[in-house]
Design a protein around this ligand. Structure first.
Ligand code: ADP
Length: 633
């Protein structure tokens, strides 16, 4: 978090804060009026009983009978009750808005950006480090955009507290002690500036001591602990496979011990912050509070003396003391929120940096016309690609045309460039050299979203959500149930679907529903396949579509593959060469180049990479079979 801790000028801090508020205003406008109402009531409601109590005490002390006192008492009770009720209702409303609206909006801001930015940027470790930094700053002390939300509430409250206090304390200075009293000196016009100066001095000194004490906090970097504990707690609680590891190896001990290690500057009594709290930090915090109390004493003295001199009734003492205490609290809060905003400005910079990342891939404007005949032809023309910040070519001089409605298998050893080829095809990255054409036009000229919509993909590390099965298949809340069922049956999930207690409405996994079902890797893959079919895009791309299937299920998928894919163009990466037999074309990758292209029988005959892979695999399977047979004997 310290990288951006460069000194910002006041002007820069102001500009950053203003921009931060404008982002917040667009992201969650509703919080502002709600917070305004809640904090206005919080600031002003304590003054209501203060005002009426003063009148009532004055009346009673002045010998006013029930005739005058009763209406005042009624007004006191009623207004106090009403102000309290309104404040509680506004707090309740603000809480609801926070939970149901502001929190989701806060996460949405990052999630939206991460999902909409160029994939290349989202995939870049630097972007992830930036996002991490933003999250850590937020977790650490709500630094960043979230601090602005909190600061707005505090600003409103402090400002209204000050205004209310001023309104109630004006007469303290205007009502004179009768002439002739030895206390008439308190009528001096210097009293007001003197009291204000005293207040400013006390508030200023208190704020200074407080912020000095705070520097002991900000000097320690708590991000390690936040990150480590968040990771550990999240894993221990939510990630079932990791929690098994944590249990077996008792890894929690390691972290909790580390937390107590003073050398790591944690939060324990012997850590830097622990020692400072017993020393200078503790003293400064005490001084900060002590100065304010001393000021309150001076206020009591001034008000008491004026009352003694006969400037006003005894009842007004409570009003003035309360108002001046409110004034100093308001001023202190105002100072503290302004200094927080100043401090916070530097934490907004990483947020802006993330939100300002440009989308280079979104420049195209052509629309991919929806063709009923699915006659989309894609061509790679001498495409080479290097991942950002690397020197090695992941793909080199790849030229290839896709046959419409054909089935293309992409094979090759690990690291040969297969996944990179798919990433370029789906335009997650753009080629470093060469072009990819859709119906003869460079794909960069098409609207990004339109182009992406041509593809349905099952990535190797696809994710299903802990949501009902049907919604997973349709990737949508509202969907066509008959079609979802059809797709599941086609993908080989039909028999299992019949067993599911609530059919399409059965939750996958148990995170959100105790009747949810746990599914195997193979079943998950079938559901992912059904999701691809439901999308009905002209291209389907499968990365190792059957890796998690048992041999029987794999055979089932392959025999039905043509039915499954229908007239779509299918591209799939496979490690098992036996499964490529049914493909119209096989592209063999080696070291980022396409070294062979053809159908299975041809390629097995030819001397080349495919044959070498085929023989290596045949040997591997033969050895496995022999080992199994030996085991069984
Ligand atoms: P395959 O899918 O055939 O296993 P890949 O396409 O994943 O191969 O990788 C091709 C080459 O690109 C490899 O040398 C790999 O290390 C490199 N590579 C893959 N992904 C990245 C990345 N995000 N950043 C840098 N290099 C990468």
């Amino acid at each position: 978090m310290s990288e951006n801790k460069s000194r910002m000028t006041l002007r820069e801090a102001f500009a950053a804060t203003r921009r931060g508020y404008s982002i917040l205003w667009k992201a969650m406008p509703k919080i502002f009026p709600v917070s305004l109402a809640k904090n206005a009531l919080t600031a002003l409601s304590p003054y209501v009983p203060l005002y009426f109590t003063a009148r009532l005490v004055n009346t009673v002390a002045g010998g006013g009978g029930g005739g005058e006192a009763w209406p005042l008492l009624a007004a006191l009770l009623l207004s106090t009750a009403l102000a309290g009720a309104a404040q509680a209702a506004a707090s309740c409303r603000a809480q609801v808005i926070d939970n149901a609206y502001a929190f989701p909006a806060r996460y949405r801001l990052h999630v939206d950006k991460m999902l909409r930015m160029d994939f290349q940027d989202a995939d870049d470790p630097k972007t992830l480090a930036l996002l991490n930094q933003i999250m850590e700053d937020e977790n650490w002390a709500s630094w960043g955009l979230w601090k602005l939300k909190d600061a707005f509430s505090r600003l409103v409250e402090a400002a209204l507290r000050i205004l209310g206090a001023l309104a109630l304390s004006v007469s303290l200075f205007t009502l004179p002690v009768p002439q002739g009293s030895p206390l008439a000196a308190l009528n001096s016009p210097w009293c007001l500036p003197a009291m204000l100066a005293l207040m400013a001095g006390a508030v200023g000194l208190s704020a200074l001591c407080y912020s000095w004490a705070q520097t002991f906090w900000s000097a320690i970097d708590g991000s390690f602990f936040n990150r480590a504990f968040n990771a550990l707690c999240a894993h221990a609680q939510f990630n079932r496979s990791a929690s098994a590891d944590i249990r077996v190896y008792a890894q929690d001990k390691f972290l909790f011990q580390k937390a107590a290690d003073p050398a790591l500057d944690g939060f324990g009594p012997n850590s830097a912050i622990g020692r400072a709290s017993r020393g200078p930090r503790g003293l400064l915090t005490a001084a900060s509070e002590g100065v304010v109390r001393a000021y309150s004493g001076a206020v009591y003295l001034f008000v008491g003396l004026k009352a003694l001199g006969g400037a006003f009734g005894v009842g007004a003492i409570a009003q003035y003391v309360g108002a001046l205490a409110g004034l100093s609290k308001g001023a202190a809060d105002l100072l503290s929120v302004l200094s927080d905003l100043r401090e916070n400005a530097q934490f907004l910079l990483p947020v802006f940096q993330l939100l300002d990342m440009p989308n280079r891939m979104y420049q195209g404007s052509l629309t991919t016309e929806k063709r009923a005949d699915r006659n989309y032809e894609i061509e790679f023309r001498d495409v080479s690609f290097r991942y950002p910040n690397t020197d090695a070519w992941a793909l080199r001089h790849v030229s290839m045309k896709f046959k419409v409605g054909g089935r293309l298998a992409v094979v090759g050893e690990n690291g040969s460039g297969k996944t990179t080829f798919i990433k370029l095809l789906c335009r997650l990255y753009d080629p470093t050299e060469g072009v990819i054409l859709l119906n003869g036009i460079d794909i960069r000229k098409y609207r990004y979203g339109d182009y992406l919509a041509l593809f349905s993909v099952v990535f190797q590390d696809f994710k299903l959500l802990s949501q009902p099965l049907g919604k997973n298949v349709a990737a949508s809340e509202d969907y066509d149930r008959a079609r979802a069922e059809q797709c599941l049956v086609k993908a080989g999930f039909g028999a299992r679907l019949e067993q599911l207690p609530e059919g399409l409405d059965t939750f996958l996994y148990r995170d959100f529903d105790e009747n949810g079902v746990e599914i195997s890797g193979g079943e998950a893959q079938k559901i992912a396949l059904a999701r691809v079919l439901y999308q009905d895009a002209p291209f389907i791309v499968l990365d190792e579509p059957t890796a998690a299937l048992d041999p029987e299920a794999e055979a089932e998928v392959y025999t039905k593959f043509n039915d499954i894919v229908e007239d779509k163009t299918a591209v799939y990466i496979s490690h098992r060469l036996s499964s490529c037999r049914f493909c119209d074309e096989i592209a063999v990758f080696d070291g980022g180049r396409v070294v062979q292209q053809g159908v299975h029988d041809e390629l097995v005959e030819a001397q080349g990479k495919y044959r070498a892979l085929w023989e290596a695999q045949a040997q591997y399977y033969q050895k496995r079979r022999q080992a199994r047979e030996a085991d069984m004997e």
